[in-house]
Design a binder for this molecule. Sequence first.
Ligand SMILES: Cc1cc2nc3c(=O)[nH]c(=O)nc-3n(C[C@H](O)[C@H](O)[C@H](O)COP(=O)(O)OP(=O)(O)OC[C@H]3O[C@@H](n4cnc5c(N)ncnc54)[C@H](O)[C@@H]3O)c2cc1C
Length: 396
Amino acid sequence: MKTYECDVVVVGGGPGGSMAAKYCSLGGLNTIMIEKKAEIGSPLRCAEGVSKKWLEEVGITPDPAWICADMVGAVIRSPSGHTFKLDESKAGSEVGYVLERHLFDKALARQAAEAGAKIMLRTAATGVIKENGKLAGVKARSMGEAIEIRAKAVVAADGFESQLARWAGIDTSLKLNDICSCIQYRMTNIDIDPEYCEFVIGSSVAPGGYLWIFPKGKGAANVGIGVMGTRCKNGEAKTYLDKFVATDPRFRNAQSLEIVGGMVSTCPGLECAVDDNIILVGDAARIIDPITGGGICHACRTGMYAGKVLVEAVSKGDLSKKALMPYEKMWRDRMEDKLYRNWMAKERLAELDDATIDELVKLISGSDIEEVNVYNLLRVIKERFPKVVEGFEELI
Ligand SMILES: Cc1cc2nc3c(=O)[nH]c(=O)nc-3n(C[C@H](O)[C@H](O)[C@H](O)COP(=O)(O)OP(=O)(O)OC[C@H]3O[C@@H](n4cnc5c(N)ncnc54)[C@H](O)[C@@H]3O)c2cc1C
């Protein structure tokens, strides 16, 4: 059997994996990133919306090659059609670019390769190698052949309900309540404002989640929905989306070019995202915003943190859980409060009926929010509907 040796093997070539591979390589580590698919970033499983603020933080320069549309604002719509339109000055950090995600992911993988990482496509991890009870790499199938990749450390960047982490003994399974089932159409021939992202909320529209319209240029958009796992039986997310599309006149002549399905976790991150010789990043560690389902920036940040911590740990020759704990501190210091707050908010908002959501949208549209983000919206809600934020007021 063919065997590879390296310092770090990264499993998964999404944003989390590429960033981890890049930062490991920049620090001089011999790094291999494996990806089970034949192409980085494809097939698409994403609405492609990101804010702009975090890119600099993780060292990514915006590039027109992977930016499909630059948003000037956002619209929040209630079930009965009340809208709250945020113009450019107020759109703030929650609004930004709609990506060409397949190109974005490739650009990140390219940066990892340029930093020195070896990328192996069509290479799926199938298990872990353990030696004397310690994690010592991964077993994989590469181009149909069984191989082994021996490594000092493994990065689990294999996304939702990480299998790799489970093989390593970390439980990443999720409760139905903590999952949103998503489906999206790439639509054309639609009559939407190409400069505004739209979010439609309400239990009759998207129970426990929301419906999105993210423009992809004039007359085209990603139109999708996420519905809480406990609120939808098999295939029901599609029923809700089809109902919306069928009744909204803007989609009268719509045609679909692509259908995308997927799952997002909507709970706070894993209790601990490190163990001896392993770090979990991005969706694998459930580090994703529980209210928006946005996880690209979190995957990039955690990938970067993992790379930096691994460089330090390898240089000291200690890859124990204790030695990798600085990674836990880094992501928790940066994101934990926000993830927890947004998880609580998601739980409460999921309980509200359409009439209350209508009231909330009317309320926020009449308020004087300087910059719109989840935090500022919750502050207004706290003032007028304190019950909604009971139990986590101190985080607002
Ligand atoms: C429908 C939908 C819409 C979304 N919309 C948005 C959005 O608009 N904005 C946003 O910020 N986030 C969005 N997200 C979330 C976002 O896509 C994820 O948070 C992000 O991709 C996480 O990056 P990651 O690198 O952790 O995991 P992923 O991007 O999931 O990458 C994991 C990679 O691992 C590979 N892999 C899995 N198993 C193995 C294996 N055994 N061996 C080798 N490779 C393996 C997979 O093929 C995949 O390429 C959306 C998600 C869904 C499902």
